[in-house]
Write a protein that binds this ligand. Structure first.
Ligand SMILES: Nc1nc(=O)c2c([nH]1)NC[C@@H]1CN(c3ccc(C(=O)N[C@@H](CCC(=O)O)C(=O)O)cc3)CN21
Ligand SMILES: CC(C)C(=O)C(=O)O
Ligand SMILES: [Mg+2]
Length: 271
């Protein structure tokens, strides 16, 4: 794995040990080399190359349009930047739902062509065969339950999931199944904090929450959301740590103004 002697690489085992120690796991998305460098350097444990790239990078309404080739392009860029973080890559919509062979082939392409360390896959018992097949090939798998954006057209909304007992019970069973199959962790998205607490306490693998409350073993956010680059998106679960939209907008306005006024470039900025 890591050949760098100064920086100790986070592994799937590391994050499982963190749960045992009671140390929270930090996870953020990144989709390109520059931002991934900043994220890695800041000490984030896991970088997720999320299919949210479909929204954030490509401007699509949903995560459905992004392709496996596009995910691999983003992932390869992130892997080149990540010296310490564990790099997990989403299997995009349409790259695994067909059958377990398709799922395995997609996971292998992500590992081989991008150099990723693990894959993440949305769903529970219904994808058990695919998860098993990927794990059997030696590829670590992270689960994703609750609000699963690739199924948005089945649900119709991005509201909180598993508020009803039947859906909560299905989620408990799905989480137990993913652990039993050998997943190294599971993302819990937009579910009641009490349910996330129960699931977290019942599992030995870490739960990483987004809109799933304070009891999860770790937290994940989309980097553009938490940096305030993505101005329109402000759900309740999001804490915005900067307002980079404004910072960048001001800088760009200054540049435009300096070009227009012939202030840029000056004598020192030319040859
Ligand atoms: N930029 C970005 N951030 C994300 O967190 C994210 C993506 N993209 N794309 C993929 C999924 C989709 N996710 C989402 C999408 C919407 C809400 C949401 O809560 N939206 C609104 C309306 C919810 C409702 O209909 O009640 C909100 O204000 O809460 C949450 C997570 C999380 N992921
Ligand atoms: C929101 C996180 C968990 C995700 O799956 C993504 O960024 O695609
Ligand atoms: Mg995703």
């Amino acid at each position: 794995m890591s050949v760098n002697k100064e920086i100790k690489r986070v592994t799937t085992r590391t994050v499982q040990e963190m749960k045992l120690r009671g140390e929270k796991v930090s996870m953020l998305t990144a989709y390109d080399y520059s931002l991934a460098t900043i994220v890695d350097d800041a000490g984030v444990d896991i970088i997720l190359v999320g299919d949210s790239a479909s929204n954030v990078m490509a401007g699509h309404e949903t995560t459905l349009p992004i392709t496996l080739d596009q995910m691999i392009y983003h992932a390869a860029s992130v892997v080149r930047a990540a010296k310490r973080a564990l790099v997990v890559v989403d299997l995009p919509f349409g790259s695994y739902q067909g059958n377990s062979k398709e799922a395995l082939n997609s996971a292998i392409r992500i590992m081989k062509e991008a150099g990723a360390h693990a894959v993440k896959i949305e769903g529970g018992v219904e994808i058990a065969e695919s998860v098993t097949r990927i794990l059997t090939a030696g590829i670590p798998v992270m689960g994703h339950l609750g609000l699963t954006p690739q199924s948005i057209y089945k649900f119709g909304t991005y509201t909180v999931r598993a508020k009803e007992e039947a859906e909560a019970q299905k989620l408990r069973e799905d989480a137990a199944k993913l652990q039993e199959l050998g997943c190294f962790g599971v993302v819990l998205e937009k579910i009641p904090a009490q349910l996330a607490k129960e699931v977290t306490e019942s599992l030995s693998i870490p739960t990483i929450g987004i809109g799933a409350g304070q009891h999860c073993d770790g937290q994940v956010l989309v980097i553009h959301d938490m940096l305030g680059i993505n101005k329109g998106f402000k759900p309740r679960f999001l804490r915005q740590y900067a307002s980079l939209y404004d910072v960048m907008n001001d800088a760009i306005k200054s540049y435009v103004s300096d070009v227009k006024s012939s202030d840029f470039p000056n004598e020192k900025e030319q040859y």
